[in-house]
Design a binder for this molecule. Sequence first.
Ligand code: AHG
Ligand code: MN
Ligand code: MN
Length: 340
Amino acid sequence: MTRSVVTIDRHIIEMERRFPEATGALSNLLYDMALAAKLIAREVRQAGLVDILGTTDKVNVYGEQLKKLDEYAHDVIFRAFDHSGVLCVMASEEAEGPIAIPERFPVGKYVLLYDPLDGSSNIDANVPVGTIFSIHRKVSDAERGTLEDLLQPGFRQVAAGYVLYGAATMLVYTTGQGVYGFTLDPSIGEFLLSHPEIRMPSPGERIYSVNEGNTLHWDAAHRRLVDHLKGLDGANPKPFSLRYVGSLVADVHRTLLYGGLFFYPGDRKNPQGKLRLLFEAAPIAFLVEQAGGRATDGRRRILDIEPESLHQRTPLYLGSPPYMELLERVLAETPTEAMA
Ligand code: AHG
Ligand code: MN
Ligand code: MN
């Protein structure tokens, strides 16, 4: 029996109906993110063509010379939201500080943080890339949002999600009522519900996902962990497979659907790891927990971390509960020398 066709707009309306007190502001944010995703998907898909066609004498919708995709995606999201009247402040991985809502536009009670293009080093090789977004409520009493509204712990997020520009373009989001996945049908320009209620299989497939190129900088515990997962320590009769795309959104999407483990640990070179807490780890952790998985920094839930600065990094470990317990057990078994 074929599933009924549900567009993301229809889904958002139905989710909003569950909350009679909802004002529709959060729904508007999700509509606008879906629009931004379509605009970015169009450019990502043409990126190769643009290279083939040489200089981009193309202009974008605002009459500006087409820029690098990171900047393009950053601009598209800013312009999709700056006039929405729903946000009081934004922050982007591509911008140093808070992004104010232009004075000429009204402000609202929400806050948006985003990684406009995730995995951008992969774009020229046509490897999947993504966009990550995180939405909070305003907490400061300033009329137009401030840094205080941006530096909130992950457990206060009201929504989070990502767009994956892969073989298909998918938008996956949660508002705390489960995780929903939509696939873009480019022939009609609509995101259609393709993955109602994504639940991470537990324990799921025996997959681990980490950049082993950093082994030289890891401490003994992480080397022992990966040896164990590979069956090199003689204590794991069923070695895990390694899958590592190098785009967080792609590696996380696979882990949500197949189960397994993803981790980007801190090491001697980068004790806090590489991934950004506010633009990557916190929104991803909200999705992972809503899908029944766990996400930590090796010691704490990612969602419990109180941010101190906008671009702070954090180690990130995520996966199905049984495999996260295995990871934590093996890491705890090996005395770790200091990360210094
Ligand atoms: P971004 O392109 O937004 O800077 O993110 C890249 C991140 C993330 O997507 C991925 O998990 C990680 O970089 C891969 O890092 P390594 O290449 O060091 O493995
Ligand atoms: Mn990123
Ligand atoms: Mn990025």
